[in-house]
Design a protein around this ligand. Structure first.
Ligand code: BGC
Length: 410
């Protein structure tokens, strides 16, 4: 038994993540809130998990579960509900949120942009606007200035490529555009915004004579694989890997604007291209289940070895890596524990190959609003009853808590 024991470093960070819009509730000044109402989305976010009021209770549970870190996002539209008008009350709220984490020995990892935009910003064209970066920086200055004394880890933008893909290529999320040209413009804007925000965050810490922070993005990395080894499929796999997985981080690394690589990993994607064509090469996938593996409740393949392969490739960038999201939605809590166990096993294997990892953050601490999919998918270590808002700790959370406590996995 003991021979199989996997040990993680003493200073490893263990925890779980949430994002403001998905848990807080009543984020009425966002583009998402307006969009949910306008298109009549079957399940609107509403009160979400009422985390805006219940955060202390949620952090108590994270603490009881032996977490020593927590990833969360701050909601730009609360902090700046109208253009140029900042809310002292909301700044105070987030100060208290961060303080509550610190009091429970949870290291905060704070995301500045997690998919949602203030409505006023969206009305000006959002990230298509030439001044988008200036607007973003003004907000960054304000919120980082308010929280910097107690925050070491910052994530500027959550999954820029997922945002671009769903909002500007597939046109599923607001503003529901389908234009490669727009997508390219947004990507350029997000890259510049990250680089400038990175520099700004560092300059704030310097000005205040605080220890240098660690600033990153979270990059959603998928294990792209050709469904069958045709030339078309192999080319498409290469292209997608370059464009969706690596382009963003490679660019910001060139600009020396990344202190660690924030990785979000969920699944693999089987590439099966119908014909030669830019759109096909980028988007065609196989839905035939040719290579069956277990799936989550949204039908995504469970593929832990993909994470191992990805970590070994990322090692080449010579930066520490932080897993900032990895999780499963399922009604089967045994499957959740298997998922966590298998991914941790692969992470450990990669660490044995010299990959430098700062920590592991599970998605998500509590069940939450899964965007256009509503409240059905259950990602949480902790179950939320949406009638009573009662929290119930799942068995998988207890098993994970033992790993968090001992830094060992048997
Ligand atoms: C996002 C989360 C989302 C999760 C599961 C990530 O892409 O950052 O907001 O809930 O995946 O889909």
């Amino acid at each position: 038994m003991l021979a199989n024991m996997m040990k993680f470093p003493k200073d490893f960070l263990w925890g779980a993540a949430t994002s403001a819009y998905q848990v807080e509730g009543n984020n009425i000044n966002t583009d998402w809130w307006e969009w949910e109402k306008r298109v009549g989305l079957k399940e609107a976010s509403g009160l979400a998990c009422r985390h805006y009021e219940l955060y202390k209770c949620d952090f108590d549970l994270a603490n009881l579960l032996n977490h020593n870190a927590h990833r969360l996002s701050v909601e730009w539209s609360r902090i700046e509900p109208q253009e140029g008008k900042f809310s002292e009350r909301e700044l105070e709220h987030y100060r208290d949120v961060i303080l509550s984490l610190k009091q429970r020995n949870l290291e905060p990892i704070v995301t500045l942009h997690h998919f949602t935009n203030p409505l006023w910003f969206a009305k000006k064209g959002g990230w298509q606007n030439k001044k988008a970066c200036d607007y973003f920086l003004r907000y960054v200055e304000k919120i980082v200035g308010a929280l910097c004394e107690n925050v070491k880890f910052w994530v500027t933008i959550n999954e820029p490529m997922v945002y671009i893909h769903l909002s500007y290529i597939k046109g599923i999320w607001p503003p529901q555009e389908k234009s490669f040209l727009q997508a390219k413009r947004i990507m350029d804007n997000l890259i510049v915004s990250h680089i400038k925000a990175y520099k700004l965050v560092h300059s704030i810490y310097k000005r205040k004579k605080l220890l240098s922070p660690s600033v990153s993005v979270t990059q959603n990395i998928q294990a792209f694989m050709p469904c069958s080894p045709t030339l078309k499929n192999k080319c498409a796999t290469y292209l997608r890997d370059k464009l969706f997985n690596l382009r963003f981080i490679e660019t910001i690394i060139r600009y020396k604007s990344l202190d660690f690589i924030g990785v979000n990993y969920y699944s693999r994607s089987l590439v099966d291209v119908e014909k030669w064509g830019f759109k096909n090469l980028l988007l065609d996938i196989c839905n035939q289940n040719h290579h069956p593996v277990k799936k989550n409740s949204l039908g995504w393949d469970i593929y832990p070895e993909g994470l191992y392969k990805i970590l070994l490739r990322l090692k080449n960038y010579n930066l520490p890596i932080f897993i900032l999201e990895n999780g499963i939605c399922t009604q089967d809590d045994n499957l959740r524990w298997d998922f966590i166990y298998e991914h941790l096993k692969n992470i450990h294997l990669a660490m044995n190959q010299g990959v430098k990892l700062l920590g592991y953050i599970y998605w998500s601490l509590i069940d939450n609003y899964e965007w256009d999919k509503g409240f059905g998918p259950r990602f949480g270590l902790i179950e939320v009853d949406y009638n009573t808002y009662k929290r119930t700790v799942r068995e998988s959370a207890r098993k994970y808590s033992l790993v968090c406590k001992t830094g060992e996995l048997e």
